[in-house]
Design a protein around this ligand. Structure first.
Ligand SMILES: [Zn+2]
Length: 345
């Protein structure tokens, strides 16, 4: 066994629940026993040292356009809430049938003990809060059920804010900031100690949250705009603001957000991913950078293939000069620290 395979990875973003939900009735078994398709299932996670992560509930737009540059309408709240419950139930079923191999984590100590015991640590995350109405009733109920992190928007507008559309090359400064309901949502997340995820926010919404929120600023799956000028990536000024609050950036493995030409080309060397991590570590400190793969939600470098390829990324980071202590910070310690700080003990 290579040394790298023993560094567990806790990752800031995956879409495995959406992939499984689309796969149909055998989705629990597909995850637990593994299958050829997809980036994450339990056997692939074990092979690659993927110890867990934020499992997103994302509801696609009605008739979701295939063209990334299209404008996406938000799904109606009742549809989004129904689908959110179905996807969270799927995660609970996976946990129930896993014989202790999967744990839905509601605290940092849950995550720590799961990593130590080799259980897959899944955190219930919402990407785009369409399931929650302006009354925030669903926020409170879902929090009691285990919701611990939430991105107010995906890349489309809703009642709370304006998601940044996919544009390349482009500044993230597209559209207005938070609505009044959006400000209420941020205050309520702070009170409930739900992590607010800034990935997919446009720039005005980002700064509105920076002004309003009392928690560290976190972008779970976004990269450096300086290296890849995609609207989804973070400008240097945004990176500095994240540092100033003691926050975190999870690096997205999607080639669209990594490459300087913004092209969907899977023949993208892992070194490009390493460069984003090194750039952000250099600019704002290695304690503020982690991973946010976007596994099962985006097109990743073919050399990584899926979660079982994570040791290749750890090896590439080691070859770049990161020592094992730093690798552990990037791989999981930074995420666990930020979640503990945000959630409380
Ligand atoms: Zn996303």
């Amino acid at each position: 066994m290579s040394e790298s395979s023993i560094i567990p990875v806790f990752d800031g973003h995956n879409d495995v629940l959406l992939r499984l939900r689309r796969g149909g009735s055998n989705s629990v078994r597909s995850f637990l026993q593994g299958e050829a398709a997809g980036h994450i299932d339990l056997p692939k996670a074990r092979r690659g040292g993927l110890a867990g992560g934020l499992c997103a509930v994302f509801i696609p737009s009605p008739d979701q356009p295939r063209d990334h540059n299209a404008d996406f309408p938000a799904p109606p709240q009742s549809d989004a809430l129904n689908e959110t419950l179905a996807m969270f139930r799927l995660l609970l079923e996976i946990e129930a049938q896993s014989d202790g191999a999967v744990k839905v984590c509601r605290s940092a100590s849950d995550i720590r003990s799961s990593i130590a015991d080799g259980r897959f640590a899944a955190v219930f995350h919402i990407e785009g809060a369409e399931a929650i109405g302006a009354d925030l009733d669903a926020l409170h109920v879902l929090h009691q059920a285990g919701l611990r992190t939430l991105g107010p928007v995906w890349s489309r507008p809703n009642v709370f804010a304006y998601g940044v559309p996919f544009r390349f090359p482009s500044s993230p400064d597209i559209g207005p900031g938070l609505t009044e309901a959006g400000k209420d949502l941020i205050r309520a997340c702070n009170e409930l100690r739900i992590l607010v995820d800034l990935s997919h926010m446009n720039e005005k919404g980002f700064w509105d949250i920076a002004k309003l929120s009392n928690a560290p600023l976190v972008a779970s799956h976004s990269n450096a705009h300086k290296l890849s000028p995609h609207s989804r990536n973070l400008t240097d000024k945004q990176l500095d603001a994240i540092r100033d609050t003691g926050g975190l950036v999870g690096i997205n493995f999607g080639v669209l957000f990594l490459r300087e030409d913004g092209v969907r080309n899977t023949d993208t060397p892992l070194d490009v991913l390493v460069r984003h991590i090194a750039y952000i570590a250099e600019r704002i400190g290695v304690e503020h950078v982690a991973l946010g793969s976007d596994f099962d939600g985006t097109t990743i470098p073919q050399s990584l293939a899926d979660a079982s390829g994570l040791p290749k990324l750890i090896d590439a980071l080691r070859a770049h000069g990161f020592d094992d202590r730093t690798l552990r910070m990037i791989a999981h310690e930074n995420w666990v620290r930020i979640l503990e700080q945000t959630w409380g003990s």
